[in-house]
Design a protein around this ligand. Sequence first.
Ligand code: HEC
Length: 98
Amino acid sequence: MKVIAFVMTVSILIFASKAKAQDSAKGAQLYSASCVACHGQNAAGNEEMKAPRLAGQHDWYLVTALNDFKKGARNHPYKKALSQKDMEDLAAHISRLK
Ligand code: HEC
């Protein structure tokens, strides 16, 4: 019985860590390709473009905002579709910028 409980705990932990695996390196690539022009290299923002600072923002806030843009609940000049994984990778990268 104990063995079964142990195996189940381990598999749940492995599953949980896989499900949460955002890839900030992938996010960095996406950011450089798609977001730098407006939000700036270190996501400090660009007043001329009216693009706000994103650096250091909470990852969950960034994912919420990107989902709102996708749903059309908020307006955003960047119109290309991002997958949920793209958004999480981007958020993992941006939230680490200072
Ligand atoms: C063409 C310029 C442009 C590009 C490219 C662009 N943005 Fe934006 N972004 C803006 C502007 C302007 C706003 C302010 C929108 C508003 O009025 O809420 C904004 C807002 C945001 C916000 C909301 C910030 C907040 O505090 O609520 C997030 C998050 C964001 N952008 C992420 C991104 C990401 C990630 C990318 C790349 C995939 C990207 N943006 C590409 C111009 C841009």
